[in-house]
Design a protein around this ligand. Structure first.
Ligand code: SAH
Length: 215
């Protein structure tokens, strides 16, 4: 009881902090109220779950900063019922936020262990999210085209197949770069052309090619 009460307070403070840092999309802020971030990390990290920090997951991967999740979600301009592809499922938190915002979420993860663990968690927390164990450089063609695409690992470039799997008029939010990444928002104006906007520097784990099998 006490724990839940403390976590609830921490969550409210986090939402206030996001608001102060410039997150103004009420749909994003409400999703942060609905989704319980502590359920996406190991229980020994619960006391940090609502701090604005990135946390370690299995296999040296991370759950992004809450601000980064909120910022990317806001850039996507999600409307209810839109089909959204996420590359880099990780903990599943970003996927759960987008789903809570009303999107139909499809999410790809290359690490089999992480994929299996998160699939188990999401099957309880939000079974509407469709997960796929695969290489995000190839997207998820089965359900293409998508209204929106979000990449949550640092991409060396904008993968062609992701461009192809976006609807005309659709938006892709993708951090591009090797050491650090520039957040880009690409709007597909027609089959071959994108408009590009840039939104500052971020630090993500790298987007790597090929699937990794569980050991
Ligand atoms: N959205 C996640 C962030 C996880 S960190 C969350 O909310 O927790 C980025 C994730 O991208 C890692 O899990 C990593 O394994 C995954 N990743 C890296 N390269 C990938 C690729 N080519 N395809 C799919 N996932 C990839």
């Amino acid at each position: 009881m006490t724990d839940n009460y403390l976590l609830l307070g921490a969550k409210k403070r986090l939402i206030e902090e996001l608001r102060q840092k410039g997150i103004s999309d009420e749909n994003v802020l409400q999703a942060f109220d609905k989704v319980e971030r502590h359920l996406f990390v190991e229980s020994f990290l619960w006391n940090k779950a609502y701090d604005n920090v990135a946390l370690k997951l299995l296999n040296g991967q991370t759950i992004s900063h809450p601000y980064t999740v909120a910022f990317q979600s806001q850039l996507l301009q999600i409307k209810k019922g839109e089909k959204v592809l996420e590359i880099g499922t990780g903990s599943g938190f970003q996927a759960a936020i987008l789903s809570a915002m009303g999107a139909n979420v499809y999410s790809v993860e290359r690490q089999q262990m992480l994929y299996e663990r998160t699939r188990k968690l999401l099957s309880k927390l939000d079974p509407s999210i469709v997960m796929y164990y695969g290489d995000g450089f190839l997207g998820f063609p089965r359900f293409a085209p998508y209204d929106k695409i979000i990449v949550t690992c640092g991409a060396p470039n904008v993968p062609m197949s992701l461009m192809d799997q976006l609807k005309v008029g659709g938006i892709m939010v993708i951090p591009v770069g090797d050491e650090s990444q520039t957040m880009k928002r690409l709007t597909k104006v027609d089959a071959d052309n994108f408009e590009e906007e840039v939104f500052g520097d971020f630090l993500f784990v790298p987007m790597l090619k090929d699937r990794v099998k569980r050991q």
